[in-house]
Design a protein around this ligand. Structure first.
Ligand SMILES: NCc1[nH]cc(CCC(=O)O)c1CC(=O)O
Ligand SMILES: [Mg+2]
Length: 327
């Protein structure tokens, strides 16, 4: 035998020298859930050890993230029911929770890169990412509101807006409005290949944002989010968003879609983000709680696999755990 592959695996020194992929704090976007109130740190039932923060505690949390070397947050807000409607009215409030959260983070850690979620679902009385009429989600009217929402976030100081809604043409609408209003440096991270996944459940618990069960309200998001069966379409969606002005594109969820991550990575020349979503987090937590999987090892293995597949950036609820484990 001339070739023995195991020579390069004989000890940790040689293994680390030939290792092809390493995760670092620079890889992560940290999703953060924000809630109205004071001194609140509410654990999300289906996401053990993950929390919603009121603005005062959000400030402490982002300072800690920065100390750990994490440089970007992705903000989501939980909107009180009484502020929800079918038009995204509260989403455009210059003094809304998202707009105040952006300012809070920027005040606490000015260098922290702030990305904001742009979609109507947390603000929607029907739990949809756009405006609902006659049993349908209106595309163009929704895209117009989402563009206004992006502008509002940019005015509040967001560095990037992150549209997660999957309406057609919304990147063009947003980029055009941001340019017209002088926000040339505000970036767009598009959730370009976002699938109609069953792995978003815990997130919808966190924000109380699931589609409502009512007459003439679509029960799922399959008319705008992608069919999990489709690969060519994911590339088409992504290339279109780049043409419309997206600076960063995204594949979501992570683990079940790593073939698509690799195909997109090979097809584009912009950074590719991957979102390891709430259901992926919950599965690991649940199995670890039962003693069926080794938590830390599984976390690092999955994040490494996501990066190996082609992710430039990873949005992950494990970001903090991961940087502690690798430091
Ligand atoms: N626009 C909504 C949005 N933005 C991010 C997520 C999911 C994130 C996660 O599950 O971690 C969702 C849920 C959905 O589309 O219903
Ligand atoms: Mg699209």
């Amino acid at each position: 035998m001339l070739i023995r592959n195991r020579r390069l695996r004989t000890g940790e020194a040689i293994r680390s020298l030939v290792r092809e992929t390493a995760i670092t704090p620079n890889d992560f976007l940290v999703p953060l859930f924000v809630v109205e109130g004071k001194n609140l740190k509410q654990e999300i039932a289906s996401m053990p050890n993950y929390y919603r923060y009121s603005l005062d505690l959000l400030e402490k949390e982002v300072k800690e993230l920065w100390r750990l070397g994490l440089k970007s947050v992705l903000l989501f807000v939980k909107v009180p029911n009484k502020l929800k409607d079918n038009a995204g009215t509260e989403a455009l409030n210059p003094d809304g929770l998202m707009q105040r959260a952006v300012k809070t983070v920027k005040n606490a850690v000015p260098e922290m890169l702030v990305m904001t979620d742009v979609a109507l679902d947390p603000y929607s009385s029907f739990g949809h990412d756009g405006i609902v009429a006659d049993g349908k989600i209106l595309n163009d009217d929704s895209a117009a509101v989402l563009a206004e929402m992006s502008l509002s976030h940019a005015k509040a100081g967001a560095d990037f807006v992150a549209p997660s809604d999957m309406m057609d043409g919304r990147i063009f609408e947003m980029r055009t409005l941001l340019e017209d209003e002088g926000f040339h440096d505000t970036g767009i991270m598009s959730y370009s290949a976002k699938f109609a996944s069953a792995f978003y459940g815990p997130f919808r618990d966190a924000l109380d944002s699931a589609p409502v069960d009512a007459k003439d309200i679509p029960k799922d998001k399959k008319t705008y989010q992608m069919d999990p069966a489709n690969r060519d379409e994911a590339i088409k969606e992504t290339l279109m968003d780049i043409q419309e002005g997206a600076d960063i594109v995204m594949v979501k969820p992570g683990l079940c879609y790593l073939d698509i991550v690799r195909d997109i990575k090979n097809a584009v020349n912009v950074p590719v983000a991957v979102y390891q979503v709430s259901g992926e987090y919950a599965m690991i937590k649940a199995a670890a709680e039962k003693g069926w999987l080794e938590h830390d090892a599984v976390v690092l293995e999955q994040l490494t696999a996501i990066k190996r597949a082609g992710a430039t950036l990873i949005a992950s609820y494990f970001a903090k755990d991961a940087v502690k484990l690798i430091s």
